[in-house]
Design a protein around this ligand. Structure first.
Ligand code: SF4
Length: 325
């Protein structure tokens, strides 16, 4: 098996809130292999975006990493100086954000933003950077790239703005691309086009992709492996087909059970729904305990140790450990 490109180990992220600090991410472990599309899936508030921002080291001031390692190509990103990390951002890892218009500079033309990304990472004349920027916009699926390059972000549709961000990412040729809900707010046709584009460019460049989404349908179409996250903890990870056919964590089972299929709409079973409850960050055990129908005493006391069910299939649940009672 290839050495992982990205390895997140025992990651713990604390956020200070008035007088107390909470571990919003706790014991997060997963990896992304070379040329792989890995999914990170979970509902809103599960910690997916915070995990991505921690990898990029773009955290808000109140957040701090108190434990763990984030290795990219063998270097621990958490130990790099800010100036070393600036070099890594863009050239080694790049991120596509949820709201592309907000991620673009509103005062700069689209083509100039792509050209600037090129100039930051390659030795080019301004004229050559400008020419290549138009080429990259075209490669990102923007028709009439010459004139679109002269547009400001507010003159672009959401889908077009996302294509500009993707062109900027291509300019940097990163080893790892993180796409955080890249189609939020776009209409369904455009969503499909953006996913197709991301998949195509990932295959062309050989980069690895960490795709963050709440949409299991997208995971099934785009990813090879997936990690399921809830309340800042990884619950289960497996190859996509294995997870869909043999979910082993109660949260994964419920998440899969909650996908609405048109042919089953009349047969939805309310007992399979995930009960509503606020996230219990103070539980030292499993954070899904206050929503889990199978909760055990141990679930309130200690975090389940990871259990390997198959080579790539790991689950964190006391039910799957020997002697569960
Ligand atoms: Fe449910 Fe306990 Fe398993 Fe968590 S560890 S999913 S609470 S049985």
């Amino acid at each position: 098996m290839a050495e992982p490109l990205l390895r997140v180990q025992s990651l713990r992220l604390d956020i200070a809130d008035h007088e107390r600090s909470r571990s919003i991410l706790l014991d997060v472990n997963f990896d992304v292999r070379p040329n792989e599309v890995m999914g990170l899936v979970g509902e809103s508030g599960s910690g997916k975006t915070l995990t991505a921002l921690t990898i990029m080291r773009l955290l808000p001031p109140a957040a701090s990493v108190s434990e763990g390692r984030i290795e990219l190509g063998g270097r621990d990103l958490l130990r790099l100086t800010e100036s070393e990390m600036r070099q890594v951002r863009g050239s080694k890892v790049a991120m596509i954000f949820q709201n592309p218009r907000a991620a673009l500079n509103p005062l700069m033309r689209a083509g100039d933003q792509v050209a600037r990304a090129l100039l930051l990472h390659r030795e080019l004349s301004r004229a050559e950077a400008r020419r290549q920027a138009v080429e990259l916009l075209r490669h990102a699926g923007i028709s009439d790239a010459e004139s679109r390059a002269r547009a400001y972000p507010h003159q672009l549709s959401g889908g077009m703005a996302q294509r500009v961000l993707i062109a900027m990412m291509l300019a940097c040729r990163p080893d790892l691309l993180i796409a955080d809900e890249p189609t939020t707010g776009l209409d369904v046709t455009i969503q499909a086009q953006i996913f197709e584009l991301i998949k195509k460019l990932q295959a062309e460049t050989g980069a690895s992709l960490l795709l963050i989404t709440h949409d299991l349908g997208v995971v099934s179409e785009v990813c090879q492996r997936v990690a399921v996250m809830y309340a800042g903890q990884i619950m289960e990870q497996a190859p996509v087909a294995e997870l869909f056919h043999h979910p082993s964590h109660p949260y994964t089972e419920r998440l899969l059970g909650s996908i609405l299929r048109v042919d089953q709409a009349a047969e939805l079973d309310p007992s399979r729904a995930i009960a509503f409850a606020s996230i219990d960050y103070d539980n030292p055990g499993c954070r899904f305990a206050n929503r889990c129908p199978y909760v055990l005493e141990a679930c309130w006391v200690r975090r389940p140790v990871p259990r390997r069910l198959a080579e790539d299939h790991i689950v964190y649940c006391h039910l799957r450990n020997e002697g569960a009672s």
